[in-house]
Write a protein that binds this ligand. Structure first.
Ligand code: PAF
Length: 280
């Protein structure tokens, strides 16, 4: 496995593989790998000849009061985990490499970026679509793998790829969970003991809601209320949103139809957790 820090070198090595008709699979990450990331690398490994993982904590997707500086980082551990998973290249650029002086061109989805997580995280999705476009232009992958945990992000990336004609297939990997149901996230390390104990309420609420839908409940309002009350019942939760939306334009629905999913963002102390479940 090679670690590559600059753009021309990354482009250069991949050109060679492309000339040999090798399929290039790409997993964009911000590092601090957990089983969720590793499962995305496994998918890329199965579907491609060459696997590239980018590791870049992207400043433009963090708001001024967010956790950019304290975002967990451990490059040595990440390197050995990626190597074990058969990754060929880690693209590990500095911020200056990705955002040179006078950078002022962004990619933004004008409809979906301000909904759900975007309602409180101004410019977050603009930062994501900008960096993912740049990475796609540098790596030029045949396929790219994203996690279903960031469901809104995945929908926005798919929309961007279709709207801007990026020649890349987007593949989604399932949410990987702890034994008690908490979705794996690099940010889980911020939770204190009590918060960590209570955080699985999110998944319990979502799975119980899905069971109600399986039994025939179709009122989005009732399901939303159910999820809200269940999560709200634990002391340390502070709900940012609970929404039931369709999976194309993320519009709120009144009646649950196939493809609808429930998405939540909940604070436990200083830690913001997101999760979702496809209801039908
Ligand atoms: O999902 C993430 O880790 C990030 O949003 C991504 C896609 C790597 C862009 O920085």
């Amino acid at each position: 496995m090679e670690i590559i820090k600059n753009i021309p070198e990354m482009r250069g090595v991949l050109k060679k593989h492309r000339r040999n008709d090798q399929v290039i699979g790409f997993v964009p990450t911000m590092g601090y790998f957990h089983e969720g990331h590793l499962s995305l690398m496994d998918i890329a490994r199965q579907k491609s000849d060459i696997v590239v993982v980018s590791l870049f904590v992207n400043p433009t997707q963090f708001g001024p009061d967010e956790d950019l500086d304290r975002y967990p980082r451990d490059i040595e551990r990440d390197e050995s985990l990626a190597e074990e998973r058969g990754v060929n290249y880690i693209f590990y650029p500095d911020a200056d490499e990705m955002y040179p002086p006078n950078f002022c061109t962004y990619v933004k989805n004008t409809e979906l970026s301000n909904l759900l997580c975007g309602a409180t995280r101004e410019n977050h999705f603009r930062g994501v679509t900008t960096i993912v476009s740049k990475l796609f232009n540098i790596i030029n992958p045949d396929l790219a793998v994203f996690g279903q945990k960031d469901h809104q992000q995945a929908i926005i990336i798919k929309r961007m790829v279709a709207d801007l004609n990026f020649p890349v297939e987007i593949v989604l990997g399932d949410i990987i969970r702890e034994e008690d149901g908490l979705a794996k996230s690099s940010r889980n390390v911020y939770l204190n003991e009590e918060e960590r104990e209570q955080a699985p309420i999110i998944y319990q609420a979502l799975t119980e809601a899905k069971k109600l839908v399986e039994k025939g409940e179709r009122s989005a309002g009732d399901i939303k209320k159910f999820i809200y009350e269940k999560i709200d019942s634990v002391e340390h939760s502070d709900i940012e949103y609970v929404e039931i939306v369709e999976d194309t334009m993320l519009k709120s629905v009144r009646k649950i139809k196939p493809g609808c999913f429930a998405a939540v963002a909940v604070w436990f102390g200083e830690t913001r957790l997101i999760d979702n479940v496809i209801l039908l």
